[in-house]
Design a binder for this molecule. Structure first.
Ligand code: SF4
Length: 633
């Protein structure tokens, strides 16, 4: 059967245990229900990964990689998605990176890659022209993410896009990430450790020919119209100057910073400015500095081009990173009290090279600092550290990065992530800031009404990309449940962007999305129909998480966010009026989605409505499981 236009029509299944590669056709039903990218990740993840497995069992866990439906077609189609059962949270988790991997994978001839089993020796995968090769990577084992990218390109093609793990992934650090082309992180949930357990050092892709489009003429017209509008859009141009690296000023104004391990959501202007956008831009490389990295820096066909290269302005620090995104500045800098931009840029460089998620790393390290400063940890327990882990001590952060990546001394404990580290140490669990085991992104919900419910109900844990409530209002103006509908729309829209492979920073209008999708695939869909992919993926994720024991028990927020903000314009505010207010908002979310009002698991009629009848049996099993667990107390 001919593939749906715009899709490569092929899914590669690689079994590392046997070394066999199988190619399957992409079915039309899958495209109709799950669109691409994120949709494919959750369909395959739900179907192939049993909820009860140990995520670090390489024979059982499955890594799935999928570019979006509009990869290699739409301006700014930059995202590549990865999914597996997370070693950090024990539930399915998807994570994305820019900029060109997704489009190159599609042009290499694949809509998805499924990696099962484990290799005895380190290997990497190379995808080109519809072929998948398994190549030896013994010589790359132990290398940094950057050196791996360079090494793999040398052996494949100079234009290959490479997703690699660093030493942290090899040593199964539970928040090890996957770094794409040396700069871009598929950061969350420790999928680098899943690759490490499989002895999969890297995946490289190369291709030049996009799949055929339903109407070349309509596609060309749509492409040019979208590109030109966005390129000339004044607010987008202004935004592109800073990207998210002015975020510290923004988070401070909103009292949403993770300052000093979430003790200071508001910072005075002079402090916030120290990691403000102007400080980052002052460290931007000159034009010539960009040359070696051209081709990987911006999303495929991106009209915005917000990425910038920066380097510390200090002698001896010649390390280059892509402009630190807000999450890096906030979690590596503000959360740890390190406000020196040169140090923060260097720490970002170090964490990227070692292959660790900067959000989880920043949370885990700043949590340790709080325990130490509050006298809950003694100096003797900090094996391997030569300096005291006090807030603002950059040297401690740098040492901890190496200790964690090497699983040495106290680093071996922190490498488990903040939830498990607290259990190992037997203290600090009530201060750890995570949801369902995922360390929180750098936006404190005490500053934005309704955000706590978004975090609490996010299928993967504390992700800031599961729906922003609107409008910006203070939490105390009314019950949190009033904000549920507003973040659901944003949640589903983001899921659609991840399914199409579009960057959230490229300001597509709804009509442009449907126009481009039709020109490429020939499928005429309304934006509402397309957005259903968000609800479908969430429903599957919740059934899976209920069977793994995280739903509904994990649908809550950390205690820290229910402590009043101590200073600033929102002094006294909490993430919700009360725990009961939060609980009622979560129930409202369950009702809005057609999930069981107490158990949070999709009901049979909801699955029917979403076309997910194939999941009905598992959903029933999940309902029975949750009932049993909750009745036991
Ligand atoms: S807007 Fe920025 S992050 Fe998004 S694709 Fe373009 S360059 Fe990349």
């Amino acid at each position: 059967m001919a593939p749906v236009p715009g899709y490569a029509g092929r899914v590669a299944i690689v079994d590392l245990s046997s070394g066999k590669v199988r190619i399957e056709e992409l079915s039309r039903e899958l495209v109709e229900l799950f669109v691409g990218g994120k949709g494919f990740l959750y369909y395959y993840g739900f179907s192939l990964i049993p909820p009860s497995i140990d995520p670090l069992d390489p024979e059982e866990n499955v890594l799935i990689v999928a570019p979006g439906a509009l990869a290699a077609h739409a301006p700014g189609a930059s995202k590549i998605g990865f999914l597996a059962k997370s070693p950090l949270t024990n539930i399915l988790c998807d994570t994305y990176a820019g900029q060109v991997f997704g489009s190159k994978m599609k042009m290499a001839g694949f809509d998805a890659l499924i990696v099962t089993g484990a290799s005895d020796e380190p290997i990497y995968l190379y995808l080109e022209d519809g072929r998948v090769e398994i190549r030896g990577a013994k010589h790359l084992w132990g290398s940094s993410t950057w050196d791996t990218v360079i090494g793999v390109r040398r052996e494949t093609r100079s234009g290959a896009s490479v997703a690699a793990i660093g030493p942290a992934g090899e040593r199964l650090v539970r928040f090890a990430n996957i770094i794409v082309d040396g700069f871009r992180a598929a950061g969350r949930c420790g999928l680098g450790a899943v690759m490490g357990a499989k002895k999969l050092k890297a995946i490289a892709v190369w291709g030049r020919r996009p799949p055929s489009r339903a109407s070349v003429e309509e596609w060309r017209e749509a492409y040019l119209a979208i590109y030109r509008r966005i390129e000339r859009d004044e607010p987008t141009r202004a935004w592109a100057r800073y990207g998210t690296n002015d975020g510290v000023s923004v988070c401070s104004r909103l009292s949403m910073c993770p300052g000093w391990h979430w003790k200071r959501p508001w910072l005075p202007e002079d402090e916030a400015k120290r990691l403000g956008g102007d400080e980052v831009l002052a460290r931007e490389l000159g034009r010539a500095g960009y040359k070696p990295y051209a081709g990987y820096l911006w999303g495929w066909g991106c009209p915005v081009k917000c990425s910038k290269l920066v380097s510390p302005r200090r002698e001896g620090y010649e390390h280059i990173v892509v402009k630190p995104e807000y999450e890096n500045l906030a979690m590596l800098g503000v959360a740890t009290g390190v406000l020196d931009p040169d140090e923060v840029i260097y720490i970002e460089w170090l964490v990227n090279r070692l292959g660790m998620d900067s959000i989880s790393f920043g949370e885990t390290v700043s949590w340790l600092m709080e325990l130490y400063e509050d006298g809950l940890l003694s100096r003797e327990e900090l094996d391997g550290l030569t300096v005291e882990p006090r807030f603002g001590e950059a040297e401690a952060v740098k040492q901890l990065a190496r200790l964690i990546a090497e699983r040495r001394g106290i680093g071996a404990v922190l490498a488990e992530g903040v939830e498990k580290a607290a259990k190992i140490l037997g203290r600090g669990g009530d201060r750890a800031v995570h949801v369902k085991g995922l360390e929180s992104a750098a936006w404190d919900p005490r500053g934005r009404r309704g955000f706590a419910v978004s975090y609490a109900t996010a299928d993967v844990g504390a992700s800031h990309l599961r729906g922003w409530p609107r409008p910006h209002e203070r939490p105390s103006k009314g019950p949190a449940k009033e904000m549920v509908r507003s973040f659901l729309e944003d949640r589903d829209h983001k899921a659609l962007l991840d399914s199409l492979g579009l960057c959230a920073f490229v300001p597509y209008e709804d009509e442009e999305i449907t126009r481009m999708y039709k020109a490429v695939t020939g499928l005429e869909k309304s934006i509402e129909e397309l957005r259903l992919v968000g609800w479908r993926t969430e429903a599957l994720a919740r059934i899976h998480a209920a069977l793994a024991g995280r739903v509904p028990e994990g649908d809550t927020v950390p205690k820290r966010w229910m402590e009043p903000i101590p200073e600033g314009p929102l002094r006294g505010e909490k993430a919700a009026l009360s725990w009961e207010d939060l609980r009622e908002a979560i129930r409202e979310f369950y009702r809005a989605r057609g999930y069981h009002e107490e158990y949070g698991v999709p009901l049979p009629e909801t699955l029917e409505k979403l076309g997910l009848g194939f999941a009905a049996e598992e959903a029933q099993r999940a309902l029975r499981e949750v009932e049993r667990r909750l009745s036991r107390g």
